[in-house]
Every structure is written in C-alpha cells, then in structure tokens.
Design a protein around this ligand. Structure first.
Ligand SMILES: [Zn+2]
Ligand SMILES: [Zn+2]
Length: 452
C-alpha cells in the first residue's frame, strides 16, 4: 500500500510499504479519509516526534477484513475508532478515561490514517472503542468526529446560558467548532480572535458577531468594548500561544470562565498570567484534553443531524500523494480543514468548498421533523436546534441498500442527490457519468471490485 511517513521537519514522503495484516480480534480497514489536525501540523513542522511513522488520527475507513473471533462487525462497515484506555483505573471507572494513564497505548500503538490501509487493534474492538459510521455520512464529515468530540469535552465543562458572551482565541477548525457549539447552546455575542484575516473570514459565516485580528489591534480592549467594558463571560483559548492565554485572563468578565483548550510546546510550557485577575475577579480556569467514547457518539449525532455542518468545516481535500500540499494549505489558513483521501483514484469527488454549501443551506431549510435516517437522539445542551439537514437521508440509505443488493460494493456515497435504479455495473458507470455532468452536486462513487 501507499502511506505517508514523516521524514523530518517540513518533509513528508509518500511511498510503498507492505500492506498491514488484519490483527486477530481486530479489523483491517481501507482508509476513506483522514483529516489533518493541528497536532499533525506540529509534527510536520518540528519533525522529530513522529519521524518514520504513519500519523493521522481523524480517520474513517471501510472494513475489508474481520479478524478471528470478532462479532458485531462485517466487511463493508464504515468505522472510526477512539483512543483505547485500560478500563480499570479510577479515571476509566468514573467515565473520564480521557485521563487514563495508558490512553492510546493499550494493546499497542495503532498505525495512523495517512495510508491506504489501516488495521484497528483487537483492544479497540473488544473494548468498545470502534464507532460505526452510517453510510450516508460523507467521509470528510466523518473525519470531524474526533475533533468535535474533543471540543464537546471542553464545551461540556462550561456554563453557557442564553446571552452568555463568548470570546474564542484561535479561529482555526477547533475555534470554529467551539463557536458552533456555543451557538447551539444559545450563547450571546461571540468574538473570534486570530492573527490571520484569512482564518477570521472563514469563521464569519458560522455566526461570529465580531472578528478581531490580534496582529492589528488589541484583542483585550476590543472584547471589553464589545461587552460594555465587562469582558467575556466565557473565553476559549484554541491556539498554542502563551500570550493568548495571558490575554484570555485579561479579557474575561468577573466570575468568567477561561477554557485552556490547547497546551504549549513541551520545551516552553509556561505562561505568565495576571493571577490577581483570577483572584479578584473570581475567574475559573478550566483545562480540557481529548475526549471519551460517549462524546464520540454525541459528535456523530451532531454531524448526522446537521447541527454541525461537516462540509463547512472540512472544506478541502487532497489525495494521499499530495498530502504535503494539504499541510501547506492548513498552514496558510486559507482552508479550515483538509481531508486526505487515499482512495481518491477510486471515485469522482469534488473537494467540499464553501461555508456552508448551497446544498447545506437548502437542506437546513427543510421542514422540521423531515425524514431522518438517523434517529437524532441528541439530548442535553445541544438539543435546542431542530434537525433539518439530511432531510432525504432515509431515501439515501435505502438507495444505498438497493445498490448493495445489486452486488455492487458501494465504496462511498457522498451528498447523494439521486440514485437511478439499474441492473448492471456498466449502466451504473454510464449513469454516473451523466449525473456528474448534469449536476456536480450529485457525487456518487462505487466499484464492482473491492480493490483496484
Ligand atoms: Zn485531532
Ligand atoms: Zn484507565
């Protein structure tokens, strides 16, 4: 298979490597998409930590082989998996296994998703850490489950009431996901702060009230100005910056909450904060890292019900061969999130672009309670928004079943607008060609052979 290896600062090499084998008790998957995360970018920039390894942890894949003794999974299932934890320590037993000391190392270290194939460890399967992804969820959107779960873990620690004012420092995909969740909880005015106009411009359409470029103006003064001198009730630091952490404390209102969602480099983990503000203003400083399985399920639910727009956040994709370009795109700030798609040659897929897409907008206007193939079980803080997106996903799901019944393994179906019944692989490809020219929004891909 082809896989991408970190080969030192700024260098990532795509080359052939032996296909991984299906672990006994585990699964072997063909990677559909793996998104580039901020931590991947840091490994890419600084090189050493993951040298010679295949990284990528925001992965969705299709099961191509089921290990001995595995029940509950079959070939063709789409899956993603969260970090494996021991299940026995005090953290695991009390539902905070994101703090388990053995997190991510139980049963071995899993190979990442910047590759054509990826094994899933037996410990992930037996421990219940594998999440099934419904067929109608686009692969790019499914890559958001992991980062969204982490953002949920941070967001759940905050008290957000209607009219709570929020400031988010860092307008990348994590900051934008924080913005979306804060809005779902009914927050009042939200200010996004970043050093790059390109990144701020991308956050605007998600409903930010104010965009502040901290390279050009004092973000603390601006946030105070927007809040009548009071400061923000909630401040989220979604970037790796000691000065942003210091500013967060300064822009918080009395009794405000400051969420430290990002750490600092291991080599310089210290920030200078005005502790008097914490003391006299009764601020709450809150940390958050990683996520637990429950939050992965919730993230999937938010994406399935369209409360979080996948195509809006993952707004570019590259084939595996061009992964280096993907990293440059992430660094430029001109795209929010890039999905790497190793099976690019197998399907006709246009990169998702635009925030949000016209399709998203149309679907968002669908009547409340429209048919949803996903039960929409979201409860708790994110339940106030009505479902709308994927109004026709029940029809989509049955169309996928029809195609499967024709013994044409459906590799992926993205934003499927229509399926025309057919009886042969040849006519399927003819239809595909005609629908692709008729409407580029009809994106469908399939193959009659499991691997080329
Ligand atoms: Zn990530
Ligand atoms: Zn544990």
């Amino acid at each position: 298979m082809k896989a991408a290896f970190f080969e030192g600062p700024g260098r990532i090499e795509v080359r052939e490597t032996p296909d991984p084998v299906c672990p006994p008790g585990g699964l072997l998957t063909r990677v559909e998409a793996c998104a580039i995360c901020g931590t991947d970018l840091r490994s890419f920039d600084f090189g050493s930590r993951h040298k010679g390894q295949i990284s990528g942890h925001e992965t969705v894949g299709t099961v191509v082989e089921v290990g001995e003794g595995v029940t509950g999974f079959k070939v063709g299932d789409r899956v993603t998996d969260c970090p494996v934890t021991c299940g026995e320590c005090g953290f695991c037993r009390t539902g905070v296994n994101n703090l388990c000391p053995t997190r991510g190392r139980v049963g071995g270290v899993a190979q990442g998703g910047f590759a054509e194939m990826r094994p899933i460890l037996a410990s992930a399967v037996s421990g219940g850490f594998v999440v099934k992804v419904p067929p109608e969820l686009p692969a790019e959107t499914a890559t958001l489950i992991e980062p969204l779960a982490c953002v949920i873990n941070g967001n759940e620690k905050l008290d957000v009431k209607p009219d709570t004012t929020v400031a988010i420092i860092g307008s990348g995909p994590i900051g934008v996901l924080h913005l979306i969740l804060a809005k779902l909880r009914g927050a009042g005015e939200i200010t996004m702060v970043d050093l790059k106009d390109e990144r701020l411009d991308q956050a605007g359409p998600f409903g930010a009230g104010h965009l502040v470029n901290a390279a050009k103006t004092d973000p603390v003064a601006r946030v105070r100005e927007f809040t009548g001198g009071v400061g923000a009730d909630v401040v989220v630091v979604a970037c790796v910056s000691a000065s942003a952490q210091a500013q967060a404390v300064e822009m918080a209102a009395k009794r405000g909450q400051v969420l430290m969602f990002a750490g600092l480099p291991e080599s310089s983990p210290t920030a200078t904060l005005n502790v008097n503000l914490i003391h006299y203003n009764e601020l709450r400083l809150i940390g958050a890292r990683s996520s637990v399985k429950r939050q992965w399920d919730l993230a999937l639910d938010l994406l399935m019900t369209g409360k979080v727009s996948g195509p809006g956040v993952v707004n570019a994709s590259v084939p595996l061969e061009r992964i280096q370009e993907g990293f440059e795109m992430v660094r430029s700030g001109k795209v929010l999130k890039v999905a790497v798609k190793p099976q690019h040659h197998l399907h006709w897929a246009e990169p998702a672009r635009g925030v949000p897409s016209e399709g998203d907008r149309q679907l968002a206007e669908a009547p409340e309670g429209a048919a949803l193939s996903h039960p929409g079980t979201t409860s708790g803080p994110y339940s106030r928004m009505s479902p709308g997106w994927h109004a026709s996903s029940r029809q989509m799901a049955s169309s996928v079943e029809n195609l499967t019944a024709l013994a044409l393994p459906v590799l992926r179906i993205e934003r499927l607008a229509s399926v025309i019944p057919t009886r042969s692989a040849r006519s399927v490809s003819e239809i595909l060609r005609s629908t692709m020219t008729r409407s580029s929004r009809t994106i469908i891909a399939m193959s009659s052979s499991p691997r080329p």
